[in-house]
Design a protein around this ligand. Structure first.
Ligand code: AMP
Ligand code: GLC
Length: 453
């Protein structure tokens, strides 16, 4: 039962210290998530109506973006068939209208920034400054109360207000999230795991639109923060990435100049040229967070094709291959911390040592279980209650492999000049939804770690 004890003490430690964090900058992607829990009959009827043969073509090969209804439905089937997440941009007005008419079961805060702002500011009480590309009243209403701020310029002066006080009738950026549980059936397909497909009806976040407040007053904004988390670079394409990434680079350099540690929340970036460009920025980051698919996609553009394949073979992913990939990433880019999460366990590779790295991961796993169970973490009590979710049995083998290979003890080992930290996670059997769990994990672990220092 050693892990149960470690979980309990880690939670207490992080809870006691998390409010010592002064301010976290979160940039760039915030949107509205319209969640639809898929139903078999409804989906089958829609596929038949749109033309089953054509729809099924896209269930085999995802289109690059969504231009019509068969592509939308086919992409949803693509995700169901593999139990894998995917996200595509929807430009076509008629498809946007179709999604709107299809409707949703729930509206939620979306985008890495929005989700992290509500968790850090609204639940942990850590002050955050958030980049919200468009603040409609609906978007504003999804922010929790608490120390969450957006920059506002009045008489040429930078001020910080809660999003609900921003009062600008801007556009609503809506992402339609089609969620399905493990075992969900449609025709002869069956989902091997719960997951979601996302269609983004949003002209701002996918293009990494950066607000004037952030372009013109970044130095002042950066002077007000202790930590920063960057996300939302994933939807850029070779046609539009150069301009936004130039600004992002300037922003990170400004933060570095003020000694603000910056975490990059890496998300699956389909365009290889953009992925390479992001990789080229990594030396400016303190830390990076990713899952197995994302790590494999980085290994691919680093020329490590064999390693990339190995990462995707096992379930859970082979921890030795994962460690090798994390080492390659850290050594080649100089990033100081790599945080890997997968279904069943997390690993962190850091160029510094201490139990606080592990305790922050444990805290993050509790928050993730709460998010999986409830869909939304409302309070720190929700996180405590996740203590009842059992530690997954599936991670035992992973732990044994790491003990044998690296002499790991209580989740900590020395590997080359780094510390490797492992924790088995708590897996919720029937999660309410899957969207946003990764963001919950990465932000809780990164901020938790600095709180414990
Ligand atoms: P991402 O793929 O980045 O959104 O992150 C998903 C992560 O959420 C996985 O790597 C798991 O660590 C975690 N996760 C997914 N499903 C569950 C679940 N049912 N219970 C707890 N954690 C989960
Ligand atoms: C992506 C999606 C957003 C979702 C988020 C969750 O940013 O665009 O809709 O809320 O991922 O991680």
């Amino acid at each position: 039962m050693v892990w149960d004890d470690l979980y309990a003490s880690a939670f207490e430690r992080v809870r006691r210290s998390i409010e010592s964090i002064e301010r976290v900058l979160l940039a760039y992607n915030t949107n509205i998530d319209a969640l639809k829990y898929l139903r078999q009959k409804d989906l089958e009827d829609r596929v038949e109506k749109a033309g089953k043969d054509e729809v099924l073509r896209y269930a085999d090969k995802l289109p690059k973006r969504i231009d019509n209804v068969p592509q939308l439905l086919g992409s949803i089937l693509w995700s169901i068939k593999r139990g894998k997440a995917a996200e595509l941009f929807v430009e076509s007005c008629s498809t946007r209208f179709y999604m709107r008419q299809w409707g949703w079961d729930e509206l939620r805060m979306g985008g890495q920034v929005g989700i992290m702002a509500n968790l850090l500011g609204g639940v942990y009480g850590v002050p955050v400054i958030a980049h919200v590309p468009q603040l409609s009243s609906l978007q504003a209403s999804l922010f929790k109360d608490g120390p969450i701020y957006v920059p506002k310029i009045e008489n040429g002066q930078l001020g910080l207000v809660h999003p609900k006080e921003f009062n600008a009738e801007e556009e609503s950026c809506i992402h339609y999230i089609y969620e399905f549980p493990r075992g969900f059936r449609v025709f002869d397909l069956e989902a091997p795991r719960e997951n979601r497909f996302i269609g983004s009806a949003d002209d701002y976040n996918p293009n990494l639109y950066i607000r004037p407040e952030f372009r013109e007053h970044f130095d002042e904004i950066a002077s007000n923060v202790e930590l920063a988390i960057i996300s939302g670079l994933q939807a850029l394409t070779k046609e539009n990435y150069l301009g936004p990434l130039r600004i992002v680079k300037e922003h990170i350099e400004t933060l570095n100049g003020k000694n603000v540690p910056v975490h990059l929340e890496f998300a699956f970036t389909p365009d290889e040229r953009v992925r390479k460009a992001i990789l080229g920025l990594l030396d400016n980051f303190w830390s990076v967070g990713l899952n197995e698919v994302e790590l494999a996609s980085i290994m691919e553009v680093m020329g490590e094709k064999k390693l990339a394949e190995k990462l995707l073979l096992g379930d859970p992913a082979d921890p030795i291959a994962v460690t090798e990939a994390m080492l390659t990433l850290a050594e080649k880019t100089g990033v100081r911390r790599v945080h890997f999460h997968t279904y069943g366990y997390y690993l962190a590779l850091t160029d510094y040592r201490g139990e606080f790295v592990r305790d922050a991961l444990l805290f993050a796993a509790l928050a993730a279980a709460a998010k999986a169970k409830l869909g939304d973490v409302r309070s720190i009590e929700d996180v405590i209650k996740a203590m009842d979710v059992p530690v997954t049995e599936g991670a035992k083998t992973v732990e044994e492999i790491l003990i044998r290979k690296y002499g790991m003890k209580d989740g900590i080992a020395d590997v080359d000049s780094y510390q490797l930290t492992f924790i088995p996670t708590k897996i919720v059997d029937k999660p309410k939804s899957t969207v946003g769990i990764g963001d919950t994990i990465s932000s809780s672990a990164f901020v938790g770690e600095f709180a414990l220092r």
